[in-house]
Ligand binder design. Structure first.
Ligand code: NAD
Length: 354
């Protein structure tokens, strides 16, 4: 196929977006025929789960507050016992990527309907992807059955997301969009969504830093996160996501911050091999240069710039580089050991992208 050729397949989603949309939880549960719902949260979001669970009135059958990062299989098994013992017939995940991951893991095992109510910008609710950890090893699987039956984006639920977590989570979302532009199966629609997603997030995040409860900025950020999440679910990701997966898994680094730090460097690595993608990223950021624009945005938001500052040991650079080049995957520029090690070293030190 020549330049400009593409294949396009759409996925089915049901999405409710707005302020106060969590008030429609009961109605959505009824629509899916749920009579005995289990609400899922992290321990930190226990109160939110309890409060929103009341919207289910007599359709609420339990609350499980054990969701954790990287979807550990032990947690899923514990939740499965609750599903069985309480005769649960539907799942409501309220939280970030960790909680939505638990909802996906449970719905995959049980076939139960799943309503997701995201409270961060990670985007998992829009993807047919599940990463699970067992004995410290993270494995990823793909299935259309993993896509939640209904996604309720309530802008009000994001008002409490602390500014620095909002910033890191927003950069995590932007990373999906950056890699969507140069994905091997990119198409014109995902590129439109990627560009508008970056525009919305880049405009909203600096406003959130000064006014965390600004409803307009929060709406823009969640809207951008939705678009970036669709990109993540629709096309294949490359070097940046691979590196974050390796680094996060090896050193147990925080997910969103790792993305924020690595992204300018991964973009710089691919810049010469993906010029059209870089033009669109730069345009969305109102910057002359995409990698530098991403780095400047992260710095403006006060995010850490160095992997050293979020707990990665220096001797991990060599080990991570070895792991990152082990298996081949699609990327605009070939994955070679020496420049990948340089990339990781630069991100470890917190250099500007070269
Ligand atoms: P998270 O879900 O781990 O949340 C981080 C912390 O913030 C938690 O303590 C949570 O309770 C709290 N929190 C969330 N929303 C809040 C709010 N509005 N107010 C106050 N506190 C809030 O973080 P995340 O970055 O959203 O998700 C990361 C996880 O999701 C990782 O395990 C990652 O691998 C996974 N993920 C998966 C996909 C996918 O497509 N499968 C996509 C993105 C992320």
């Amino acid at each position: 196929a020549g330049k400009g050729a593409f294949a396009y397949c759409s996925q089915q989603y049901r999405v409710l977006f707005g302020a106060g949309t969590s008030g429609r939880l009961g109605e959505e549960a009824e629509r899916l025929g749920i009579k005995r719902a289990l609400v899922l949260t992290t321990s930190e979001q226990h109160d939110l789960g309890r409060r929103l669970g009341t919207g289910l009135s007599d359709r609420l059958a339990g609350l499980f507050t054990g969701a954790r990062m990287h979807t550990p299989v032990e947690v899923t098994n514990e939740a499965l016992r609750v599903v069985e013992s309480r005769d649960i017939d539907g799942l409501v995940a309220i939280g970030g990527g960790s909680t939505v991951g638990l909802g996906k893991a449970l719905s995959l095992r049980t076939g139960l309907p799943h309503i997701a109510m995201p409270t961060t910008y990670a985007g998992s609710e829009m993807t047919p992807i599940l990463g699970e950890t067992s004995n410290g090893i993270k494995t990823t699987q793909h299935s259309q059955d993993l896509v939640p039956d209904t996604v309720i984006y309530d802008v009000d639920l994001t008002l409490s997301l602390p500014p620095h977590i909002s910033a890191a989570s927003g950069l995590n979302a932007i990373a999906h969009a950056v890699e969507a532009f140069y994905a091997p199966n990119a198409n014109p629609l995902t590129s439109l969504m990627a560009e508008d997603g970056i525009v919305a997030l880049a405009r909203a995040l600096p406003r959130i830093m000064v006014a965390p409860a600004d409803p307009g900025a929060r709406r823009d950020a969640l809207y951008g996160a939705w678009l970036c999440g669709i990109c993540l679910g629709a096309v294949g990701m490359s070097l940046h996501h691979k590196l974050c997966h390796v680094l996060g898994g090896m050193f147990n680094l925080p997910h969103a911050e790792t993305h924020a730090i690595v992204l300018p460097h991964a973009a710089a690595y691919n810049a010469a091999a993906a010029p059209e993608a870089m033009t669109r990223v730069a345009r969305a950021l109102h910057s002359a240069n995409a990698p530098q624009g991403l780095f400047d945005l992260a710095r403006q938001l006060g995010l850490p710039c160095a992997l050293a500052d979020i707990g990665m040991p220096e001797d991990g650079i060599v080990r991570a580089a070895e792991m990152a080049v082990r298996k081949p995957y699609a990327n605009p520029r070939p994955i070679d050991h020496a420049p990948i090690e340089q990339l990781i070293a630069a991100a470890w030190r917190g250099d500007a992208p070269a």
